[in-house]
Design a protein around this ligand. Sequence first.
Ligand code: SF4
Length: 294
Amino acid sequence: MPKESDIIVAKSAGFCPGVRKAIDQVLALEASGKRPVYTLGPLIHNKQVTQMLEEKQIHSIDTPDQAIDKRGVLVIRAHGITPDFQKEIEAYGMPVVDATCPLVKHAQNIIAKFAVQDYLTVIVGDAKHAEVIGLMGYTQGRCHVVSSLEEARALPHFDKVNVVSQTTQKESVFYEIAEEIEKHADVCQISNTICQPTKDRQKETMEEAKNADLVIVVGGKHSANTARLALLCKGLCPHVQHVETEEELDEKLATSAKKIFITAGASTPSWVIDSVVFRVKTLRDRANRKIVYH
Ligand code: SF4
């Protein structure tokens, strides 16, 4: 067992401002007695938070007609929705609270601005992700979604194209794909809509992963941004473990690694991160290891 080691907890770990704002909004609605609260889709991709919200009568539904109690409130989650769906839910007759992250709104506005100028939109991201589905609604029905260079190479020629990104995309991947799309167009507008909290989190993760023997990424297995963090570290660090809770930790790795970097996705609550840190610390206590908080 090594004699010395550090555990570094990312300063960027945990809720991003958009997720925090959305959660604060639904909790404030619930506290003010505006119950039940219905979010259109899970507010965030994290089982522990979803359970906590369910206990507070904050339920996830897909469409307004699934709201059992029509005296409740409908909430648009941080990922945003299409303008058509927004009109539909506003016409439904229940109060609507819009918790779309301002940085997703920024991406929606950029798409809408160029779409009315006859630009076709290419979104770099995951076509099945809720945010991307929402973004597609602002393209006036003229868009492609690509997630790899191969898909970009297969695109046709465009007169005018606006290339945007899912807000949680890896920046180098976005620019690599955007450069390829530029070759397919007479006029190419490149709009980097990756949000600053994502850029900061990815930058810190890649810098620290290079110096670690083990990176522990904490967050939901269905959270795209958490999974992307784990992917970013592969190749930079010998061992990467993506865990939802402290129970999934690989004890052998957690005790034998000399340097451990712990990070977490934008939808991971602080109490889950703290439990993982505590468990790692407990496992290593006998060797009197030092925890350094950035
Ligand atoms: S990841 Fe970025 S865009 Fe998405 S909710 Fe968080 S701050 Fe907003």
